[in-house]
Design a binder for this molecule. Structure first.
Ligand code: ADP
Length: 161
């Protein structure tokens, strides 16, 4: 039987417990989950793609079917085809995410008709979490201990102080 591969693309600048929850759930849905760290053209990131990759790798060490790659150029649809993936995983926290994800899913279908998107609802306790909010709180030395793993918290402190 062929391996069912899922892709989870995102900025992960940096990884939050919301992202990690999605990765853990994705690891249960697919034989192999490939987390793709996007080198964003439009968003300015705090961490380099390699730093973001490393922070995720440290968080998923307990999951043996998860792999983390930097996705330097090209379209997600291209990587999807190259890997022979079955679906892209994305998270939905609210109606804004839903609208945004709907358009991305439609655009990806224009590039590759077999492209499937699986939307997973954020856990209630993580619905308000976003990397940008966390950076804002960390910048002003607020408590983010329940929002990101300890090593991410330390990396943020180092970066921002
Ligand atoms: P992007 O710039 O591609 O949206 P993000 O790192 O912001 O990258 O998000 C990657 C994916 O993770 C998106 O599908 C987003 O909806 C999802 N996500 C972000 N934060 C959470 C969260 N707290 N709970 C569940 N999913 C989340």
């Amino acid at each position: 039987m062929t391996e069912k591969i899922g892709i989870f693309p995102g900025s992960f600048d940096p990884l939050t417990y919301g992202h990690l929850d999605l990765i853990e759930r994705g690891a249960n849905l697919f034989d192999r989950l490939v987390v793709l760290v996007a080198v964003n053209t439009s968003k300015k990131s705090l961490f380099s793609p390699e730093e973001r990759q490393k922070l995720i790798q440290e968080s998923v060490a307990h999951l043996n079917n998860v792999e983390v790659r930097v996705f330097a150029d090209g379209l997600v649809a291209t990587v999807y085809q190259e890997l022979g993936a079955r679906a892209v995983l994305r998270g939905v926290r609210n109606a804004i995410d839903f609208e945004y994800e709907s358009s991305i899913a439609a655009i990806n279908k224009t590039q590759y008709p077999d492209f499937e998107t699986i939307l997973v609802y954020a856990k209630d306790e993580y619905r308000y979490l976003s990397s940008s909010l966390i950076k804002e709180i960390a910048y002003f030395n607020g408590d983010i201990s329940k929002m990101v793993p300890k090593h991410v918290q330390e990396a943020l402190a180092e970066k921002l102080n």
